[in-house]
Design a protein around this ligand. Structure first.
Ligand code: PLP
Length: 470
């Protein structure tokens, strides 16, 4: 396949996005699937770099990137080469059950991909299907480790073996995973009990009675509200300590995002996260850092939690999205004593791991994390003045690297802004109730930021003319 070149700017050939061809493709699909969340029908053979092509021939600068999951651009040359390699053909044609019949070079493949970027202190990796799955198996590892520490080396009792078949204690004990208000950890059954971002995600599904700790609600700009934010973080840490002291059932693990993403791009300081680490350690609670959305460079370090300078590493770090393959990093302690307990048929995916290898190489060779830091600083420097000039629409500008967001005053204004931006050729998304989130690729440059800022300014002018005419 001939490599496409990125355009200099978006190309929009329809009056609105989605245009007629997208709408027709989505109508056909609606006969077969629920399409109410769809935005447009993509043309992935024509998408290139930071630009997403759609069925109508529009080319949009993509700052949402398949819900934050494209690392180094559409039709990236290195990824296409990996995709077309004989190694990939073998991997695609012969899917192994990795827990039982791994390929002979699986250890080498993991060393060249995931272990190359492992967070400090976590030397083992468990591969899974997707982000929710990664969190679920991390929960299971924490729960089994918790039980082992209390049980010691003795064998399971007859009572444990019998009661667990009725989903009763002591075999199925009442032990909890703590999560934070407005956190998002996925939609599968166990993960959903830890998810606290939106009621609609959870309704009608039976849930574990697990505790929820408050997550700081910071005020912006940070330098103006230093004292208030420090007090807010101290309040949340006290509450966490109190919950771990008094919760009705023991807490085996706590899970936290470095930036609460689906919950509305909510940040906290490194001091707060160091406090969470200290308190969880004091209570012998495993700490799981959910880097499904923040991992793989977008915040300006490969893992966002590197910026916290923790005195001891977290117990587990989960990943997916930009990494292209999902799973969690862990210590040997998190391996259960008996086999087949944290297990499934595929245990990950070789083709996706080969793609992850290309991603890791691309990030290192092109210095993309350094680029993210520079581009992120440039983005914030352009957004902050817009927040002053267009304060009725745009506030609370915040970000780490290019993991940037701002808030709109109402969900309706946000929806209008996102639609107008698409019509101008920039694809962006929302998070939480009011936030507009930027989730660009690591390949975003200052030139792309210039393109997006000029479009944003034009959209802000339109919104002002409509809602606040002079
Ligand atoms: C922080 C976080 N954890 C977990 C998940 C769930 O991942 P998946 O949708 O791949 O199951 C997401 C998805 O958005 C996420 O943002």
């Amino acid at each position: 396949m001939a490599l496409l070149a990125e355009p200099k700017e978006p190309k929009i050939v329809t009056d609105t996005v989605p245009g007629p061809a997208s709408r027709s493709a989505l109508q056909q699909l609606a006969e077969l699937q629920d399409t109410r969340a769809t935005v447009l029908a993509g043309d992935y053979s024509k998408s290139v770099g930071n630009y997403l092509a759609d069925a109508d021939g529009n080319l949009l600068l993509d700052m949402y990137c398949q819900i934050a999951s494209i690392p180094v651009g559409y039709n990236n040359a290195r990824i296409l080469a990996a995709a077309g390699s004989p190694e990939m053909a073998t991997a695609l044609a012969n899917r192994p059950a990795l827990g039982v019949f791994p390929p002979k070079d699986w250890a080498q493949m993991l060393s060249e991909t995931l272990l190359k970027v492992r967070p400090a202190g976590l030397d083992m990796v468990f591969t899974t299907a997707h982000g929710s799955d990664a969190n679920e198996v991390a929960f299971k590892a924490a729960l089994m480790n918790y039980a082992r520490k209390r049980r010691g080396v003795r064998a399971f009792t007859e009572e444990e073996l019998a009661s667990v078949m009725d989903n009763e204690a002591p075999g199925a004990p009442d032990v909890a995973i703590l999560s934070f208000a407005l956190g998002f950890h996925g939609r599968t059954f166990g993960a959903l009990s830890a998810t606290r971002s939106k009621a609609i995600h959870k309704l009608d599904i039976p849930a574990f009675k697990w505790p929820r700790a408050p997550f700081p609600q910071l005020q912006y700009p940070l330098d103006k509200y230093e004292a208030e934010n420090a007090a807010e973080e101290a309040r949340c840490l006290d509450a966490l300590d109190q919950i771990l002291r008094t919760n009705k059932v023991p807490v085996a693990a706590a899970i936290i995002e470095p930036i609460q993403s689906e919950g509305g791009d909510r940040h906290a300081s490194p001091e707060f996260f160091r406090g969470v680490r200290r308190i969880t350690q004091e209570h012998d609670v495993a700490l799981i850092v959910d880097e499904v959305q923040t991992g793989c460079g977008a915040t300006g370090t490969f893992w966002a939690h590197e910026q916290w300078q923790l005195p001891t590493p977290p117990d587990m770090v989960t990943f997916s999205k930009k990494m292209q393959v999902a799973g969690f990093f862990h210590t040997r302690e998190m391996v259960p004593d008996q086999t087949y307990r944290n297990f499934n048929t595929w245990m990950g995916d070789v083709p996706r791991t080969l793609i992850a290898r290309a991603v890791v190489e691309e990030v290192a060779e092109r210095g993309l994390i350094e680029q993210v830091r520079e581009t992120g600083t440039y983005m914030l420097a352009h957004l902050r003045p817009l927040a002053i000039r267009y304060h009725r629409v745009l506030g609370n500008v915040r970000g780490q690297g290019t993991f940037v967001a701002f808030d709109c005053p109402t969900p309706e204004i946000r929806a209008e802004l996102l639609q107008l931006m698409r019509n101008e050729g920039v694809n962006m998304g929302g998070s939480g109730e009011l936030a507009v989130r930027f989730r660009p690729m690591l390949t975003l440059t200052k030139a792309h930021v210039n393109v997006f800022v000029s479009r944003l300014q034009s959209v802000l002018n339109k919104l002002y003319q409509k809602h606040w005419p002079q």
